[in-house]
Design a protein around this ligand. Sequence first.
Ligand code: 5GP
Length: 184
Amino acid sequence: MKRGKLIVYTGYSGVGKGTIMKKLLATDDSVRLSVSCTTRSPREGEVDGVHYYFISKEQFEEIIREDGFLEYATYCDNYYGTPAKAVDDMLEKGLNVFLEIEVQGGMQIMKKRPDCVSIFIVPPSLEELERRLRDRGTEDEETILKRLSAVEEEKNFVKYYTYTVLNDDVDRAAKEILEIIHNS
Ligand code: 5GP
């Protein structure tokens, strides 16, 4: 069986990656989302093992020592990482696996797996991004400000991604992404 594609899927906090991802999962049977490990606390409504594996810093560092992550990074004071085995098992089955990860992790994957497809989701404007992040209402002010300042750093990495997709409309962006993964 043909191995699936590994997709690095990145975008600023609040850009709407999660909403587009839901659409992709609902419309294409070949699409899977890798479930990451994180040391941050669950948000209202997030389920362990579904949205993330919520683990302690000690547990995370143990997995680093065992070389169990395909990539990992620190973002706004927490660890985030992609469990390697689960991803490779899905790729073996011919599934197209999305890694919804930030830029440092994205760069690690591009180096380690040069055949990956890299996609960066951008907002119509930074004002719009700030509005979306605030409207979501899931973060306190300090976290919102940290995430907005992370955008300044993340901006510098957009150029390393093969595809940039504008999230002006969820359905349109999802359609464009499916065209990219099936034609690249
Ligand atoms: P959030 O806390 O909003 O769920 O995620 C914060 C950032 O971490 C987002 O940019 C998200 O894509 C990224 N992220 C989530 N999981 C991983 C991961 O496994 N590795 C890396 N490097 N980043 C991740």
